[in-house]
Design a protein around this ligand. Structure first.
Ligand code: NAD
Length: 387
């Protein structure tokens, strides 16, 4: 097993060159490329308005809002492993779920909310962070309400189904002086972090091309929100293709300038009534690099491949919760398996506790939704779309 390092002089030069590039930053100067962990706070930024500001080393309380598969199967278990935060409360529209969650995670009655009384969470000092895990189109409402209750917010991906919704969520969090992060767990996963480093720091020279695929065979009931354009914003592109968009951008360290795209054939039009069954697209970058991507609800794939001047690398599977594997032309990557969600939430809690910006902020979520919508526009019009 071989580990790679930045030891050679040319690699060090590339590292310094790329480290100083001010690409992909938000108006507040926060990098959207996620190579570093929490960025240090900028002088002059407003102090955060939060229950945890003076909490020292206290674990922050997270309330999960939306107790579906991801909350139940991944986030709640991950919160049993976190160091900086813990599962303090729940917000649910399903009263029948409450008892089981209360018993399993020892959650007191005072930390249980429904969607109607949720705004009262503002008076609950046990809750520092609300984690919104509902269908995509509902993210906006709950993020805005959480922000107005002066709670920091993590919002699941995709951040929303429109750019306007993303902006409203960012604005609400700014107005209430709370932090907003997107549930981009792969930014805390070592193989994907290595790809960021290989691509952005040009460890093997400049990137020449990228391929990415994320697909699975969906088996939900026909009335599931994932098959509703209104609630999901689209099909596999919104759900998992977003990881290809992310992977390509964090390989390149910059945003694409143009998109071309094509919908795949619908072999099950009765099932995929309002969302695409599959879609393929290309992301074009300044300098000529093209990333070829595909996402489908009727296939199995999860790959991120990059080719640079002197080597190639490949993660496969690249985006799963567990078992991510990677290699380059020089050998296998050798990284430990981590709990991505635990790391992601611990990192955000650390940012909140220390008043530092998150590396996966709302602005990154908005950027990605803008690109996802450009992909749909390119597929719909069969034209190249600038971004
Ligand atoms: P799910 O269908 O299992 O759960 C959705 C939850 O939202 C349920 O508890 C449901 O009761 C609730 N809900 C509230 N209003 C609803 C409505 N009008 N219609 C349907 N459900 C409603 O979905 P999930 O897989 O848990 O996904 C939830 C969110 O998490 C989505 O945004 C999804 O993209 C995201 N997600 C992220 C990851 C990741 O790896 N980061 C993985 C899975 C899901």
């Amino acid at each position: 097993m071989k580990k790679f390092s930045l030891s050679s002089a040319s690699n060090r030069r590339n590292f310094l060159k790329n480290f100083s590039l001010a690409v992909g930053t938000t108006a507040a100067g926060v990098s959207l490329l996620s190579l570093s962990s929490c960025n240090s706070n900028k002088s002059g930024e407003k102090e955060q308005n939060n229950a945890a500001q003076n909490a020292g080393g206290k674990k922050l309380g997270i309330a999960l809002l939306g107790l579906g598969k991801y909350s139940e199967g991944q986030l709640a278990p991950a919160l049993q492993e976190t160091q900086n935060c813990y599962l303090a409360g729940i917000v649910t529209g399903s009263p029948d779920k409450v008892d089981k969650w209360k018993r399993k995670y020892d959650i007191p009655d005072k930390n249980v909310y429904n969607y109607e009384n949720f705004d009262q969470i503002k008076d609950n000092p046990d809750i520092d962070i609300v984690y919104v895990v509902t269908p995509n189109a509902l993210h906006r409402e709950f993020v805005v309400r959480a922000a107005q209750a002066k709670k920091h917010v993590i919002c699941e991906k995709p951040m929303a189904t429109t750019v306007e919704d993303c902006q409203a969520m960012i604005d609400a969090c700014k107005q209430n002086n709370v932090q907003l992060s997107v549930g981009y767990r792969l930014h805390f996963e070592p193989h994907n972090q290595r790809v960021m480093e290989l691509g952005q720091k040009e460890v093997f020279g400049p990137v020449k091309s990228i391929k990415a695929a994320d697909s699975f065979k969906i088996s939900v009931k026909p009335d599931d929100w994932r098959l509703s354009k209104e609630l999901a914003g689209g099909g596999p592109l919104m759900d998992v293709g977003i990881y290809c968009v992310q992977g390509v951008i964090y390989t390149m360290g910059k945003e694409p300038i143009a998109i071309t795209a094509k919908y795949g054939e619908k072999t099950r039009p009765d099932y995929f009534k309002t969302v695409e069954q599959s879609i393929s697209w290309q992301m074009q970058f300044e300098g000529g690099v093209i990333a070829d991507c595909v996402s489908s609800y009727n296939d199995e794939a999860g790959m991120l491949y990059g080719e640079a001047q002197d080597s190639w690398w490949r993660l496969d599977p690249a985006y799963s919760y567990k078992g991510i594997k990677g290699e380059t032309s020089q050998g296998k990557m050798d990284f430990e398996e981590v709990n991505q969600q635990a790391r992601q939430m611990d990192n955000f809690a650390d940012c909140v506790r220390n008043n530092k910006p998150t590396q996966v902020p709302g602005e990154m979520g908005l950027r990605d939704v803008r690109i996802l919508l450009a992909i749909y526009e390119a597929a719909r019009t069969n034209q190249k779309v600038g971004v």
